[in-house]
Design a binder for this molecule. Structure first.
Ligand code: M6R
Length: 610
């Protein structure tokens, strides 16, 4: 939610910051803005716009030279997307400018106090109080001291960047609860919500922790905690390239990311399967291996697509590791009295590693003294750093708001972990080898599914007019049905519900008629016969069916209107294949309905508010 970028250095700061927020647009895109200074400029250069960043760019036909700038792309929480509510926000005399990602929870109270003192507010945002709070302290110390002091009055979350038009050689940034990193270049320095904003300039980054701040000048940077203690932090190196965050010839990021699936599976598996021994190596879990032997129950917390991956994880862990698993919506984890003991481990699954609900669930688990593990894609993200140990997805940057390749990689990691933990218990090397062999064969099988893209596109053309869909699957295919329905909803705005196929007769069947199609995952697995019965029940009510069937299955298609085939594979990893046609179907439905695939309305990639 919201992306911020700040730059100080020899390049034109406005251009660099603008380019930076363009790479963060996936974090929010309802409005944007930028402000820049230079000692030669008599006034700060401030521009804001409603809508996607392209509309801000249109307003920037002539960009003055600037040595320091901050920029913001917004996903509205407080106040509608308007120019007045777009960031940067400024104080009364337009001296202090602030961009902010997060929520100032006590903003109403602070606004009241500041208004009574004479400060004039011009937006409906929570952020504006920061600019006035900082203004109020001016003259009592450096900008850094003033920002630090202002933040003492604030409750809530923030990643902020602040500049002062009377001191254009300093940029101050701070974080609590919202991601922020420092980019270290050659005589140029950056702050940003995400490495994507800086990777084309530098691969050297420092991840700020909560209650830390950085002071950037053209000559260098200093990092402090909020008690003014100077910190010596490690510089990390980003291990991916700018090319990975471009569309690479595809129409949309979502399409590119679906087509990356074969390589993603290879990358996620890479070096982790020792097939001859029927073993899995997960270096990230080695530090907690001893504790893992004693775990007698897992709770997996996650949101959205990652939550659906977690549901597959439950089946996998219970089948292969013989450990009971509960899956919790991360946003609900803290609200009920789940009995937990010291042998329960909590696993967080998160592509971004920044989802506030998931992060808070993990913090709660840590407070309770539990072992916490992460399955995270973004290296160095907050959740990755918060958990005791974990496994990275290695899916590369996922830019499209609709998660596709990250889901695939989460399923691969979960399968690897199920075998890893299973081998600590009863799973034999021979049993492990069966699933591991099939995992190694996945990339080629995915290629075969992707070859049906044109057929799926044509199918979307035939179904684009239907406003409602039911997605059904049993056992391992149930979370796939849920994920297929979510994909369709979020990018094409078509109503879709995912259900365990067996639940259909307990209510949803009432909606079935000739205008309410169903998508059924009907693989030749351990629950095939029962799923087939459900298809017959739909057909008896004249419902249309799109079936996901296994290659070579000549029968199931007779009960469907349209069929997409996927190769046969061990049931436990079948979701990795069966979800791909559903991702492609959602993609083509969205295109056919004229929706903006990569930037669906009302959504943002990284949800850093609770
Ligand atoms: O980054 P995370 O995996 O923690 O994100 C969780 C959800 O916000 C995310 O999966 C969301 O549901 C996506 N839009 C799904 O496509």
């Amino acid at each position: 939610m919201c992306g911020i970028v700040g730059y100080i250095g020899k390049k034109n700061a406005i251009k660099v910051a603008l380019e930076g927020i363009k790479r963060l647009e996936y974090r929010g895109y309802d409005s944007s803005g930028i402000v820049g200074f230079h000692s030669d400029l008599s006034h700060p250069f401030l521009k804001k716009s409603v809508g996607k960043i392209a509309s801000l760019e249109e307003k920037l036909s002539s960009i003055p030279n600037a040595s320091c700038a901050i920029a913001h792309t917004r996903w509205a929480t407080h106040g509608e997307p308007t120019v007045a509510n777009a960031h940067p926000h400024h104080c009364c005399n337009k001296r202090i400018f602030v961009v902010h990602n997060g929520i100032i929870e006590n903003h109403e109270f602070l606004k009241g106090v500041l208004s009574r003192e004479g400060h004039k507010f011009i937006s409906a945002t929570d952020t504006e109080v920061l600019a006035h709070l900082i203004e109020r302290g001016l003259g009592l110390g450096s900008l850094e001291d003033t920002v630090r002091d202002a933040l003492r009055h604030v409750t809530g979350t923030f990643g902020i960047a602040v500049i002062d038009s009377q001191n254009p050689h300093v940029l101050v940034a701070a974080r609590r609860g919202s991601p922020l990193l420092v980019g270290v270049g050659n005589d140029e320095y950056f702050v940003a919500s995400d490495a994507a904003a800086v990777v084309n300039h530098t691969k050297k980054v420092i991840y700020l922790n909560d209650n830390e701040m950085v002071v950037l000048t053209p000559d260098g940077f200093d990092i402090f905690d909020f008690s003014k203690k100077k910190l010596n932090k490690t510089i990390d190196t980003i291990d991916w390239d700018i090319e990975e965050s471009k569309k690479g010839g595809f129409e949309h990021f979502m399409q590119k990311e679906i087509f990356e699936a074969p390589q993603v599976v290879k990358n996620t598996i890479g070096g982790r399967i020792v097939y001859k021994d029927g073993e899995v190596k997960l270096g990230g879990l080695e530090p907690v291996e001893e504790r893992l032997y004693n775990v007698n129950r897992f709770v997996i917390v996650a949101c959205g697509t990652s939550y659906y991956a977690a549901l597959v994880g439950k089946y996998l862990f219970e089948e292969y590791a013989r450990v009971p698993v509960e899956v919790e919506h991360a946003s609900e984890f803290r609200y009920h009295s789940l009995p937990l003991d010291k042998n329960t481990a909590v696993i967080a699954i998160s592509q971004s590693g920044e989802t506030a609900d998931t992060l808070e669930a993990i913090k709660e688990a840590k407070r309770k003294g539990l072992l916490t593990l992460g399955i995270v894609n973004v290296v160095g993200s907050t959740i990755a750093r918060e958990v005791h140990a974990g496994v990275y997805n290695h899916a590369g940057p996922e830019i499209a708001v609709a998660s596709t390749k990250a889901f695939i990689s989460q399923l691969v990691v979960l399968a690897l972990m199920a075998v890893y933990i299973g081998r600590m218990r009863l799973l034999t090397s021979e049993q492990a080898k069966v699933i591991l062999a099939d995992m190694l064969a996945l990339p080629d099988k995915i290629v075969k599914i992707l070859k049906q893209d044109a057929q799926i596109k044509a199918m979307a053309g035939r179904y684009k007019k239907f406003p409602n869909f039911l997605y059904l699957g049993r056992k391992y295919s149930w979370p796939v049905a849920l994920e297929g329905a979510l994909k369709l909803k979020e990018i094409s705005y078509v109503h879709a519900e995912g259900y365990p196929a067996g639940e259909m007769k307990h209510g949803p069947i009432a909606v079935i008629d000739k205008d309410f199609p169903s998508v059924v995952i009907a693989l030749r697995d351990s629950v095939y016969d029962k799923t087939l019965s459900n298809m017959q029940e739909i057909k008896a009510r004249r419902g249309k069916i799109i079936a996901i069937c296994e290659n070579g299955d000549k029968e199931t298609g007779n009960h469907a209107d349209d069929v997409i085939f996927v190769p046969k594979v061990t049931e436990a990893i079948s979701p990795i294949l069966s979800v791909i046609p559903l991702q492609l179907f959602a993609y083509h439905m969205a295109i056919a309905r004229g929706a903006d695939v990569d930037k669906p309305r009302n959504l943002a990639k990284s949800v850093t508010v609770e």
